[in-house]
Design a protein around this ligand. Structure first.
Ligand code: EPU
Length: 422
């Protein structure tokens, strides 16, 4: 198992290129199931989550390969085993987004029911409600979701809202299934996240007819077939946000290349309120910080609100603020595994239900800490950059799921992170 030794405090400075989006890549990889032939996906990051998803597609019968160019090719001509197996789904719950495309193309699918994870229960009831509305018969058998529509799916009007807003992967699943359904589907309360927009744009390039992209009301006119695609995924706005916090928490300055500021306005707005300078320069963003961190109140919300996937990283930053901040988690009310770990580094955080009161402290102090999920572990790395002493982050496989060789990208900027295998 790998661990990080992070020596702090450091000041980061320099240029870093943001990779393609993990959360756009995964459903776009699933979308290739809808077609026969070989698709080429550009900008797909080389992450462990992407490798797990590639294995999932391989097991279905697809041929997935990294081309010498670094692009990902997926030949989905032959899919002879439309089953998402437990051994893979239990590693990564995003696997559930093969359900919609399998059902759309073959009229049958069997996917292991995802379990809970470190950030909460994460049910899939809304995914299933949407697919049922398209005419699928769905039942649970030995821990597997079995979906059947032997005569194909039929367009319908579907509401995808839930107690915490819409659902990103649920929207992806239903939208993908509806591309090959008979007639027109209207999805109301669709997720508007840039990753859903990217998937819809990719599907349209494959020949789908989706309108209302980026709005909560998507209209999908079913077509008889989709063709393979050559598509470049959008930059990862969560990775970009993590680098922005890295600049802020180390009183540094970074130029982030391959970055779309328009996808990140809620994040940029908060950083500016905190006292961080953020300037857009073409497809790059410059982030610089000196002086104190001002406190801020943050509520996570569906896009275009502040993303839950940056809540932990901002908590690390606000733990050093000149005053008290409030963090309210409205998407995953239990996503606070990092709170106790940051407190081990001398932060002063108090959790009250889905709210954390962040009392700013003057400095963080290094400690051994445990990564619990992807974004929580990113927060611990950020805290380690600012803390006095050597922070040891255990279980860094969590961070490898979503950040490609983070230490090799931060060290040239001034970080002192060593990966050790124990
Ligand atoms: N929900 C339901 N029923 C459902 C589906 C969702 O109640 O059927 C609830 C969830 O429990 C949650 C809320 O709705 O409270 C939103 O969940 P959503 O379905 O949107 O999450 P997701 O699609 O499973 C994606 C990202 C997450 C990100 C969330 C929210 C991928 C692969 N995952 O998950 O990313 O936090 O949207 O933006 O796209 C991460 O990258 O670290 C990560 C966890």
């Amino acid at each position: 198992m790998d661990i990080f030794h992070i020596e702090g405090p450091v000041r980061l400075s320099g240029r870093v290129t943001v990779n393609g989006s993990k959360n756009a890549s995964l459903p776009i990889m699933a979308a290739t199931i809808l077609t026969e032939g070989k698709s080429l996906l550009r900008g797909v990051p080389n992450l462990s989550d992407i490798r797990v998803f590639s294995r999932l597609l391989d097991r279905l019968g697809c041929k997935v390969a990294r081309e010498p160019s670094g692009d990902l090719s997926i030949d989905s001509t032959v899919i002879d085993n439309p089953v998402g197996e437990y051994e893979i789904v239990c590693k990564m719950r995003a696997s559930v987004c093969i359900l919609g495309p399998l059902l759309g193309r073959f009229g049958t699918a069997k996917v292991s029911m995802p379990g809970g994870c470190a950030i909460g229960d994460r049910p899939v009831d809304i995914h299933l409600r949407g697919l049922r509305a398209l005419g699928a018969k769905i039942y649970l058998e030995n821990g597997y979701i079995v979906a059947e529509a032997p005569k194909g799916l039929t367009g319908s009007e579907i509401f995808l809202g839930g107690p915490f807003g819409s659902t990103v992967l649920g929207t992806a699943n239903v939208m993908m299934a509806a591309t090959l359904a008979k007639g027109t589907t209207v999805i109301d309360s669709a997720a508007c996240e840039p990753e859903v927009v990217d998937l819809a744009n990719c599907l349209n390039k494959m020949g789908a007819k989706i309108s209302g992209i980026g709005s909560p009301r998507l209209t999908i006119t079913g077509v008889s077939e989709l063709k393979p695609v050559d598509y470049k995924v959008i930059p990862d706005r969560i990775e970009a946000g993590t680098f922005m916090v890295a600049a802020a928490i180390t009183s540094g300055n970074l130029r982030l290349k391959n970055c779309r500021i328009s996808d990140m306005m809620a994040v940029v707005d908060k950083l500016r309120n905190i006292g961080v300078t953020v300037e857009s320069a073409g497809d790059a963003i410059e982030v610089a910080h000196t002086g104190s961190v001002k406190p801020a109140d943050i509520t996570t919300q569906p896009y275009p609100g502040f993303p839950t996937d940056l809540q932990a990283q901002f908590m690390a930053l606000l733990s050093l603020a000149d005053g008290n901040s409030i963090m309210i988690e409205k998407i995953f009310p239990d996503r606070f595994m990092h709170v106790a770990e940051l407190n081990r580094m001398a932060a002063n955080l108090r959790k009250e239900g889905p709210v954390v009161i962040v009392a700013g402290v003057e400095k963080l102090i290094a400690a051994p800490v445990m990564a619990s999920d992807l974004r929580a572990s990113a927060a611990l790395v950020l805290a380690g950059l600012a803390a006095e002493g050597t922070t040891v982050v255990n279980r860094v496989y969590h961070i490898d799921r979503g950040y490609e060789k983070i230490e090799e990208r931060l060290n040239p900027l001034g970080a002192k992170i060593q990966r050790r295998n124990i």
